[in-house]
Design a protein around this ligand. Structure first.
Ligand SMILES: NC(=O)c1ccc[n+]([C@@H]2O[C@H](COP(=O)([O-])OP(=O)(O)OC[C@H]3O[C@@H](n4cnc5c(N)ncnc54)[C@H](O)[C@@H]3O)[C@@H](O)[C@H]2O)c1
Length: 505
């Protein structure tokens, strides 16, 4: 759904045959409802076609492993990581990579560094490490740069963020101090709670995009990197909905030249990266690359995109618990989630515009997992509330409470309480590392690089991007299976379906 003009809202959906449709409405609610209904119908039609196809082919034998799906170029040379937003998450990630390289800490929480992948039958005993199975860049090959509205280098920014302890930071000081932020593209209207001096100037938003493109080219040259990745770790921007300006490269470029206020800074970074053929991953809930213009550019320039909003604390728990309720057909009447956090992210989210962006991203999860359309008696009437409260004394150490009202056999009610005392950036940093390495893999894979959206990376996001018209998978375990099957597919290994009948032949 997007707004075409004052009082003109366009429902925008894809039918089961992949054809795009648009219909005009006078209110955003009516357009959104129409779009949801048509998307659900298209999905139901596709699902029933798949079932008919499966029924026709179920008696045929499964095929043996095929050859490599396309080719993957080796990870030769340095990989340049460019980070808009050098705050708590970015510094915890970069400091962590350096600590692991120096052998003083372990990359706990990282799928690429610690995860394994089963290949073949359960009886085959083949479970290599993910990083040995697919050709990923090594940690020693990562080089970094970034942009921020504050002038602090990464050592100062990490010290201010207060995530990592002083003793660790002192050991990393020379390295972290050497990474200083480039001047940012920033618009205070999009992040109302902060302002800083390190900001680019330009007559139009197109000028700013050109300056970012210069930065990217300069970094590539001076760092000697053979490949680059942009990883958005900047603040959450105010909530906006797509407009006509975001619908194609042509309309977006016109809007950049006309300083259209609906173009947020994060979109300018994304445009600059994709124009330079650099993949872009979005760790915040902003629209950023979740727009037709970015999909068009990503496909055209073979620069993958993915997002949005790292799945770290409370939503991680939600996407673990909700699938369990659905698996056991337990009903849900309410889910009340509240948080306290005191870092800069918490301060930014204290602004209603930024909070709305985050709220939208957090709320979608339950509906997609529980499918109230299919299970109206169990999930047709859920009260779902998400609150985030800025509470400075806690810093980055967030506390998230969930009160979950469920019901079981004959409708008898029960309650579950979750109290997660987590560390926001400690949970986010390994996700950043995995996204950097997997997005680099995608740009080297002939099969993946031209697809645009990398849905197989949904595992890392609260609000995963999908091709328009396709609902996202939120269930953490389906997401993990999707990710690992994608890796198996890339390497020509048999996909694991967990059917398992062959063990009893
Ligand atoms: N930590 C988590 O668990 C988590 C989970 C999901 C999403 N996120 C998102 O990740 C992002 C980073 O989180 P954080 O805790 O590091 O926040 P932070 O406030 O510590 O860091 C964000 C940085 O971005 C900078 N910034 C803002 N606008 C910018 C722009 N236009 N260009 C360049 N820099 C800009 C700010 O100055 C700040 O230094 C936030 O959007 C947050 O919502 C974090």
């Amino acid at each position: 759904m997007y707004q075409k003009g004052p009082g003109v809202f366009m429902a925008d959906w894809w039918d089961a045959d992949g054809r795009r449709h648009r219909k005009q409405f006078a209110t955003s609610a009516a357009a959104r409802e129409h779009e949801h209904r048509q998307t659900a119908l298209a999905h139901a039609e596709r699902a029933s076609r798949e079932m008919r196809l499966a029924a026709r082919t179920s008696s045929t034998k499964r095929s043996a492993p095929k050859g490599d799906a396309g080719t993957i170029e080796p990870a030769k040379g340095k990989l340049g990581v460019m980070i808009p937003g050098m705050g708590a998450v970015a510094t915890t990630f970069v400091a962590g990579v350096e600590a692991v390289r120096k052998g003083i800490a372990k990359p706990i929480g990282s799928l690429t560094q610690m995860g394994t992948i089963r290949l073949g039958k359960r009886t085959d005993g083949r479970s290599p490490k993910v990083k040995e199975f697919v050709p990923l860049a090594g940690l020693d090959d990562l080089v970094f740069t970034g942009w921020d509205i504050f002038e602090d280098n990464m050592y100062e920014a990490a010290s201010n963020a207060g995530v990592l302890d002083y003793r660790l930071l002192e050991q990393l000081k020379p390295f972290l101090s050497s990474i200083t932020p480039r001047a940012a593209v920033f618009d205070h209207n999009y992040v109302k709670k902060i302002d800083g001096p390190n900001v680019k100037k330009g007559k139009t938003k197109m000028d700013l995009a050109e300056q970012l493109r210069d930065d990217i080219r300069e970094f590539k040259k001076t760092s000697g990197a053979s490949r680059l990745i942009t990883m958005w770790c900047g603040s959450t921007e105010s909530y906006i909905e797509p407009t006509e300006a975001h619908q194609s490269v042509k309309s977006f470029e016109k809007a950049l030249k006309e300083n259209d206020e609906m173009i947020a800074p994060s979109m300018i970074y994304a445009y600059a990266s994709l124009m330079e053929g650099v993949p872009f991953a979005n760790g915040a809930p902003n629209l950023t690359v979740d727009l037709p213009v970015m999909l068009e550019l990503s496909r055209k320039n073979e620069a993958p995109i993915c997002g949005k909003d790292f799945k770290t604390g409370q939503t991680l728990m939600k996407t673990v618990l909700a699938p369990a309720f659905k698996a056991r057909l337990l009903g849900l009447s309410g889910w009340y989630s509240t948080n306290i956090l005191g870092n800069r992210d918490g301060e930014v989210l204290d602004d209603p515009g930024s909070f709305k962006t985050k709220e939208e991203s957090k709320l979608g999860v339950l509906e997609h997992i529980l499918q109230p359309g299919l299970y109206p008696e169990l999930y047709g009437n859920i009260f779902h509330k998400v609150r985030i409260n800025y509470y400075p004394p806690r810093g980055d150490n967030k506390e998230g409470w969930d009160n979950i009202d469920i019901f079981g056999w004959l409708g008898y009610p029960m309650q579950i309480k979750v109290d997660f005392l987590c560390r926001d950036s400690i949970l986010a940093a390994p996700i950043v590392l995995d996204l950097v390495l997997f997005m680099d893999l995608a740009q080297r894979s002939t099969e993946l690089k031209g697809l645009g959206i990398q849905e197989w990376l949904s595992f890392f996001f609260k609000s995963p991007m999908t091709v328009p018209g396709l609902y996202p998978e939120h269930d953490l375990f389906i997401q993990l299976m999707k990710l690992k099957n994608t890796l198996r597919h890339l390497k020509g290994e048999e996909l694991i379906t967990h059917l398992g009948l062959e063990y009893y032949d």
